[in-house]
Design a protein around this ligand. Structure first.
Ligand SMILES: Cc1cc2nc3c(=O)[nH]c(=O)nc-3n(C[C@H](O)[C@H](O)[C@H](O)COP(=O)(O)OP(=O)(O)OC[C@H]3O[C@@H](n4cnc5c(N)ncnc54)[C@H](O)[C@@H]3O)c2cc1C
Length: 414
């Protein structure tokens, strides 16, 4: 069998899972190469705990090399250009040719696309931002906090709501809750609209029960750092003491320049196989655009949320399909659209939303009652994710699968 090179762009959630699964499935004559611009990988769901001081920076990040199986070639550097016709990717260390390409480059943040936002807002959507916001919150003794989702789409539809509830809990723990006026603004009609009105209203209630004012359908247009005023399209402006934003997202430049993206800037893929228009090029995770059955406004189609749980599941599907194709077998694995999310609510409690996102006529998602077990599940998952491949990781996987069975929830993590 001729030797093949599978090139994976991005060593985040999707890229790491794809690389490790391919290395597990393929014999050593085939190369599995990952191009990743950062030397360290930080686990994004834990940024919220970094913000609240429940984690230290070193507890939630690892050298990327520690997270890949032996035999995965890690190329540290930025993917600068993708030549689809020549099957070649340019990196600072030279060009790499591929037989199969997996684009797992995620979404990048573009705070500069809204006037005044970059210079005024704190954020918990990056490792550095969450660490800095921890210090800002520690020194904050009272006033109005505005948490603003600047634009759609954004990754992890639950994160702004979790962030708001954890900040409320933080001030509660410090005995300052009555001095802090918390507001959450979003362009969405209700939390996590893709999951339907029942779940959205339950999350809205959880937020409002914690004294957080919820402002839906607010499209941020501008921030004035001098007057601390945020403006919204056709709505009243708001004056804040502390502004925390989920900045606008966009796909990495290299993806847009390669001609892989649609008009909105995301990569359209087959929802079952994750193949792009080019049959040897797959895209997974946040960089993709996958329409779902149903609409959240008459003219706006639902899209699969940008979430690690999907990047992970899609990576397994793509790795298995590529391995089958290399072995000359029919590729059978398909992305099912099943997903779940542990929604942190403070006080070491979390909710659990899960279901079928590709269900007809619209996604079928259920929210389980808030409890301690979902929070513990999230902690266990974090430990599993950050463990190096080996015995400890296997043990944690078994524990998660046992817990999942006991609670009758999906917990297959591959
Ligand atoms: C605060 C927060 C909380 C979250 N909580 C959850 C949660 O509870 N559950 C959940 O399912 N999801 C959660 N998410 C979302 C989840 O982190 C993302 O959906 C997931 O990381 C997407 O995986 P990905 O592989 O597509 O992209 P990423 O994990 O972002 O990986 C992309 C990688 O590509 C690299 N890269 C980018 N451009 C280049 C380039 N040109 N060259 C080389 N490398 C490049 C990046 O450095 C990065 O390592 C959360 C996100 C945030 C911010």
């Amino acid at each position: 069998m001729p030797s093949r090179t599978i090139l994976i762009l991005g060593g985040g959630i999707g890229g790491l899972v794809a690389a490790n699964e391919l290395r597990r499935l393929l014999s050593r004559e085939h190369r599995v190469v990952v191009v990743e611009k950062n030397t360290d990988h930080a686990f994004a769901p834990s940024f919220l705990w970094l913000m609240t001081g429940d984690r230290r920076p070193e507890e939630i990040s690892r050298d990327v090399q520690q997270l890949v199986r032996k035999g995965v070639e890690l190329l540290h550097g930025e993917a600068l250009g993708i030549d689809l016709a020549a099957h070649r990717v340019e990196t600072p260390a030279g060009s790499v040719t591929y037989d199969f390409l997996v684009v797992a480059l995620g979404a990048e943040l573009a705070p500069e696309s809204i006037p005044g936002l970059a210079e005024s807002a704190q954020m918990f959507y990056t490792f550095d931002g969450a660490a800095k916001l921890h210090n800002v919150l520690r020194d904050f003794s009272g006033g109005k906090i505005a948490i603003v989702v600047a634009a759609l789409p954004f990754k992890c539809p639950a994160a702004p709501y979790e962030g708001a509830m954890l900040i409320a809990d933080l001030f509660q723990r410090r005995g300052l809750r009555d001095k802090v006026d918390l507001h959450l603004f979003t362009p969405e009609p209700l939390p996590m609209p893709v999951a339907g009105p029942e779940l959205g209203n339950a999350v809205r209630k959880a937020v409002e029960d914690r004294g957080i004012a919820f402002h839906p359908l607010q499209k941020l247009t501008e921030v004035n750092p001098a007057t601390r005023k945020i403006s919204f399209e056709g709505k009243e402006s708001f004056t804040y003491d502390l502004l925390i934003a989920v900045p606008p997202h966009r796909s990495p430049r290299v993806v847009r320049e390669a001609g892989l993206a649609n008009q909105a800037g995301w990569v359209p893929v087959d929802s079952a196989t994750l193949a792009t228009r080019d049959e040897n090029v797959y895209a997974i995770g946040d960089v993709t655009a996958i329409p779902l059955p149903g609409r959240w406004k008459p003219d706006v189609p639902l899209m699969l949320p940008k979430a690690g749980v999907f990047a992970h599941a899609q990576a397994l599907v793509v790795a298995r399909r590529i391995a089958d194709r290399i072995a000359g077998k029919a590729a059978r694995d398909k992305f099912s659209g099943e997903g779940y999310c542990m929604l942190e609510a403070g006080e070491h409690l979390a909710g659990f939303a899960s279901g079928q996102f590709l269900a007809e006529p619209s996604p079928q998602i259920k929210l389980r009652q808030i409890g301690r077990s979902w929070h513990l599940g999230k902690v266990l998952f974090e430990k599993w994710w950050l463990a190096a491949p080996g015995v400890k990781k296997e043990t944690l996987r078994l524990l998660i699968e046992l817990g999942g069975k006991a609670l009758r929830v999906p917990a297959a993590i591959g």
